[in-house]
Design a protein around this ligand. Structure first.
Ligand code: SF4
Length: 235
């Protein structure tokens, strides 16, 4: 039996809730089985795994998708990985008092994951600069502001002397680099905004549907897949 729902923020949950709270409820609260992942999702996961293995030195050959546009960066990350300044698939979780907790703790209130994290030092108090990478497949689409700001939260919470955080959304197929930077001075505003957003999301227990052509088009609960949502629209 599936575990009962408890609220825990993550970027993917946030983006689904923003798209349609009812879809969020179907997926996370009701835990409705949507079947196996789509071919695109499966492929995306495989690409991420291949890139991670290459950076960690677990595979000898650079994956073609990484080689296409980011071969220099791929090799830099691989070279620095054994030094301890590059981490791969880095996960961080925090409770509501912003204390670090384990990923599946009952206290976990927020979860974050970076595909790769590169810091200027190994020891936590010595880290003043950090860069995070999120590998993307496909083409850039829509706004990136939310993900970029969410990316920065765990970095400033985890590294007490961090002065500058840079995030990169790197598009393996097109070579696009959506870059952003947040400094320690800017962070209090970002933090306030997001703690308010997270509380707002947690407080929503009505999960109102927000049907729209864009939201419903690829929704697993709409007419094209499970067909359980009566609010589906193509308008
Ligand atoms: S079909 Fe549309 S309204 Fe229904 S859950 Fe999905 S996105 Fe929301």
């Amino acid at each position: 039996m599936a575990k009962p729902y408890t609220f825990a923020f993550s970027y993917s949950r946030w983006s689904l809730w923003r798209k349609c709270p009812l879809a969020y409820k179907y997926q996370n609260v009701d835990k409705i089985d949507t079947g196996p992942p789509s071919p695109a999702m499966k492929e995306g996961r495989e690409v991420h795994d291949d890139v991670a293995k290459y950076i960690e030195g677990k595979s000898a050959t650079m994956p073609p998708r990484l080689a296409k546009n980011f071969s220099i960066l791929g090799d830099q990350l691989r070279e620095r990985y054994p030094m301890g300044v590059v981490r791969v698939e880095q996960q961080m979780a925090f409770d509501r008092d912003i204390r670090p907790v384990s990923w599946f703790s009952s206290e976990t209130w927020m979860r974050f994951i970076w595909d790769a994290l590169w810091t200027n030092a190994i020891k936590l108090p010595e880290v003043t600069v950090a860069s995070a990478i999120d590998w993307k497949t496909g083409k850039p689409y829509g706004s990136y502001d939310d993900q970029m700001q969410i990316f920065a939260l765990p970095a400033f919470w985890h590294y007490p002397n961090l002065q500058k955080f840079t995030g990169h959304l790197l598009y393996l197929d097109t070579g696009d680099d959506k870059e952003f930077e947040i400094t320690r001075d800017q962070f209090p505003d970002v933090e306030r905004t997001w703690l308010n957003n997270i509380r707002m999301m947690e407080a929503d227990i009505a999960y109102p549907p927000t049907p729209s052509r864009d939201s419903c088009k690829f929704c697993d609960f709409g007419r094209k897949k499970l067909n359980i949502c009566e609010h589906w629209t193509d308008q």
